[in-house]
Design a protein around this ligand. Sequence first.
Ligand code: NDP
Length: 453
Amino acid sequence: MSGPLSASKEVEEFMSGLRRRNPAEPEFQQAVQEVVETVMPYVLDNRQYYDNRILERMTEPDRVVMFRVSWEDDNGEVRANRAWRVQFNNSIGPYKGGMRFAGDLNLSVLKFLGFEQTFKNALTSLPMGGAKGGANFNPKGRSDREVMRFCHSLMIELHRHIGESTDVPAGDIGVGAREIGYMFGQYKRLENRFVGAMTGKGLEYGGSLIRKEATGYGTVYFVQNMLEHIGDSVAGKRFVISGSGNVATYAAEKILQLGGKPLTLSDSSGTIHDPAGITHEKLAYVKELKEVRRGRISEYAEEYPGATFMAGKKPWGVACDIALPCATQNELDLDGAKELVKNKCRVVAEGANMPTTLEAVHFLIENGVLFGPAKAVNAGGVAVSGLEQSQNSLRISWDAEEVETRLRNIMREIHNRCTKYGEEKGGAINYVKGANIAGFEKVAASMVNYGIV
Ligand code: NDP
């Protein structure tokens, strides 16, 4: 019962069952398909996973909590939003994963993110299960006090489902230091305990140095490992980056530190292209623009006239050696992948979660582009969140150098695991396969040990 033919039949049967059970959840179906395509041959070769129906059990969340968040806006109007916490799998440790605030958020997106998080957290080798949560609340254009009232109200329900040994939420899109502060403050007040029940906290109250840089830095460390594996380095390489948030800006910073050249950044309104390269000074401007002034990336082109703003455009048409999608899901589609291949891009690494469509992933790999999947590439963020939890439990804080050294080592270990399970005939590395099997193996082995639960 093994070999490519039976594996593809098993994938089709498995996916048709999953689609039937989870209709109208395209993002979740896509994330599962990407994993099952590469893991099924391994499952067929390791019958204990097949016989124990591990894939069926792993694709059902342990539980989903959905609740109402009522709050009052600055005009005295009463508002009602919907929030979720998807606790996907705690086989290898307490649930861990970010909270996302976005107007169009839905359960399909959160299930895809929670599923991915389970594998990612396993890859870090830290004891963390997988979860994700958030609300269909858009903080853009809301005053500080409105955001505060929303976060406080949300935590009145969420606090009973989380805790330092149960479930430890963090930030994600729309949830930065400000939102974490409001949520953690309310948690502490409701529980009357100061414990590390959230990560991404401010440095003054239990946060870790390097946490805010971790995902972007880790992304570039992973790319550095990919390049070193083929005898190359970051120095001198041209990068296109999408997004201008936390992941994108710190990825650009690490690229500069390693001698590479970032050419683009973007937001939901378009892309800026700076042929002279985005320098440390220009990056400081972007951070101030996005984090403090909460402005639009188009303002970069007004500040630096050598740069152009391409309204409504993604950055994939700009010639580069390496592309880092760092904004949101499904932002790099087949057309974008074709442009990258045409321009001889050699590496694509996902800083964001599932930014590349399945068709685009297949096209890039078939055309010899080294493709680093999110669950390996951007695992540095949750890894340093795990280190924040350790520091909170120990009631100590490590200096920046200590945390960054640990981050660099974790990223190297993740890369090693990808090469162990992802090597194809001829020696090329299929990172999608490597990351999926390495993450699956750890969670699956634990589930088998627990019996039928
Ligand atoms: P931020 O909120 O800091 O930044 C998100 C960026 O993406 C902004 O530039 C935003 O532009 C842009 N963006 C959002 N939605 C869209 C869209 N529909 N189309 C185009 N651009 C869009 O988020 P992060 O940087 O933290 O997260 C980015 C990605 O990385 C997400 O997929 C997240 O899940 C993933 N990630 C983040 C981690 C972290 O530690 N922060 C850890 C692991 C993964 P605008 O300002 O216009 O909204």
